[in-house]
Design a protein around this ligand. Structure first.
Ligand SMILES: C[S@@+](CC[C@H](N)C(=O)[O-])C[C@H]1O[C@@H](n2cnc3c(N)ncnc32)[C@H](O)[C@@H]1O
Length: 241
């Protein structure tokens, strides 16, 4: 059963102030890299897993998708998604740990930064594989395991002035409880090999894997992003059914 932290008002208040919550896709540093992984959407049936405020769902609709459905466990995230979306975009409240998806109903399954909240990702990948039509694509981002693994995630400045990310417990998979707006946010750490293996076991062919780094022009526009090249924050993958 999911924690559903996004329905906690104090968490949601903080999350709602992030650039990605205010500006949408353009406020997400990894969006250009995600977009480059996507197939042509015109005429496609699109599923967004952990859709949040529905920014990607609306974008997919504008690209000419034949249908767009967003799924999220948070009633509060979905309430804003519904309020800001045209009626053709549909939403469903469901937990990705237990969701049952219709068979061969989608051409693209998309998920942005939601899978690290899911414990049984193998079950979810099998559901997504079933839900895609043959040749369909699964494109997702998740927090990178190097970002998620440490017992004390956060930048450290060593005596020489070097900024480093204190990686420990990388090979110890399982729950990580962190502070993000509130204490006790639960995430599920997996090494890259496990994510890759679960995809292959579900029947997918992995066709892209990227460890996101901000591009030079992004760092030029926002110099505070320069530190992000010290370790990857996001893992981006594409797989084909
Ligand atoms: C970081 S937000 C990302 C939202 C959106 N995909 C985006 O990129 O802007 C993570 C989203 O995943 C949802 N989520 C987390 N755990 C979930 C679960 N077990 N089932 C469904 N949705 C979940 C949260 O409610 C939240 O809306």
């Amino acid at each position: 059963m999911a924690q559903n932290i996004y329905d906690r008002p104090d968490f949601l208040e903080g999350y709602s102030r992030l650039p990605r919550s205010v500006e949408g896709l353009d406020g997400a540093n990894e969006w250009p890299a995600m977009r480059a992984l996507l197939p042509e959407l015109r005429g496609s049936r699109v599923l967004d897993l952990g859709c949040g405020f529905g920014w990607f769902c609306r974008w997919a609709h504008l690209q000419g998708a034949a249908s767009v459905r967003g799924i999220d466990v948070s009633a509060r995230m979905l309430a804003r998604a519904v309020a800001e979306s045209p009626a053709e975009v549909t939403y469903q409240q469901a937990d990705l740990e237990t969701v049952e998806l219709p068979v061969a109903a989608y051409d693209l399954a998309y998920s942005s930064l939601a899978l690290h909240y899911v414990e049984d990702v193998g079950r979810l990948f099998r559901q997504i594989h079933l839900a895609l039509a043959p040749g369909g694509s699964f494109v997702f981002s998740t927090e990178h395991p190097i970002f998620m693994a440490p017992s004390k995630p956060g930048w450290v400045t060593d005596p020489d002035g070097r900024t480093t990310w204190p990686l420990d417990r990388y090979l110890v998979e399982g729950i990580r409880k962190t502070h993000w707006f509130v204490d006790g946010v639960v995430k599920h750490h997996r090494v890259i090999g496990t994510t890759f293996t679960r995809l292959v076991q579900a029947g997918f062919t992995v066709t892209a894997l990227q460890e996101f780094a901000p591009r030079p022009e992004q760092i030029a526009a926002r110099p505070e992003l320069a530190v992000e090249v010290e370790r990857p924050m996001f893992l981006l993958m594409r797989a084909r059914r």
